[in-house]
Design a protein around this ligand. Sequence first.
Ligand code: NAP
Length: 316
Amino acid sequence: MQEKVSASAGILERADPREWRSHRYGLPTARWQTLAGRTFWITGAGTGYGRCIAVALGCAGAEVFLTGRRVEKLRETVTEAADYGADPQRFIPVPADLTDPARLDAAVLEVTGRCRSIYGLVNNAALPESKSTRWPLTDASLERWGRMLATNVTAHWHLSALLLPQVAKHGEGRVLFMSSEAGWAFTPAYGIYNVTKAALNSLACNLAAEAEARWPEADIQINVLVPGEARTEMNQGLSVSPYSVVSMALALLSHPRGGPTGRLFHRDGRHLAFAYATPYEKSLLDGSASIATAQPRQEFSLLRSAARTILRRFRS
Ligand SMILES: NC(=O)c1ccc[n+]([C@@H]2O[C@H](COP(=O)([O-])OP(=O)(O)OC[C@H]3O[C@@H](n4cnc5c(N)ncnc54)[C@H](OP(=O)(O)O)[C@@H]3O)[C@@H](O)[C@H]2O)c1
């Protein structure tokens, strides 16, 4: 049985970051060149997906502000980018704990004071579920619940709310929220993380609706990117490179005027549905209507069967 899914063709999940000059992560040359000189802010930029997106943007000639709590990790991102041939001067570490409102305000002042305007924001930082209990929703302390929500949701709302009026004044901008299949899942042992990602999906789509209504003249595209699994600090269970997300991230961050907003995408090119949000129906890379016919993906049934397995194990 086949089902129709919307998808962008031309997304490269296995591009070697050292070979960016030849593959440009699948972007047509003209699209790649639009990234040069633009300013982006990536949170969680010292490790994992955030580092990879930051490195690729710097390789394209963008100016990139890097935020995370550990400055040494942010510096490693700059070193990795330089190893791949990017100009290290394009990267500006702004270490900050995003859950500290005073520090977040100061970071916004620092970043906006150092650039003409922010063009793109990648809300990527997150905490994983704690491994200290198998039953996070019924065992968690109020402190743990609060820290997860503060990091995975509130910080992204706060930073976006502070930056969006400035982006609107400048007339154009792109915002990505890094979500997860967890945002669609109901699985024991991951309950708080799942809740934060479902909330993040809703936050992104509601923010997109509000921005569109409040600044109708501005071209602000706010979308959700589901990066799938890769080996990062929070996920040591497999060997897939976090550079696998870059092609889709750049396709969204470099999209010309009139692109998607309030939509959800997977790193493999699929356009996803969530609540009332329907899948975007055009290709991200060539602008044509592109409804690919594909085998339904296995992830959600895999999630369901994983949940059943975990439940069985816990009950036995
Ligand atoms: N890896 C996967 O398989 C996977 C799957 C689905 C979704 N995701 C999502 O992808 C995104 C990136 O995760 P990742 O896999 O790349 O994991 P990661 O390497 O653990 O990255 C998380 C980043 O968030 C930063 N961070 C955490 N708390 C922070 C705070 N209070 N203030 C500022 N920065 C903070 C961390 O840096 P510091 O510790 O230095 O602050 C770290 O760089 C997350 O939103 C995650 O939920 C990942």
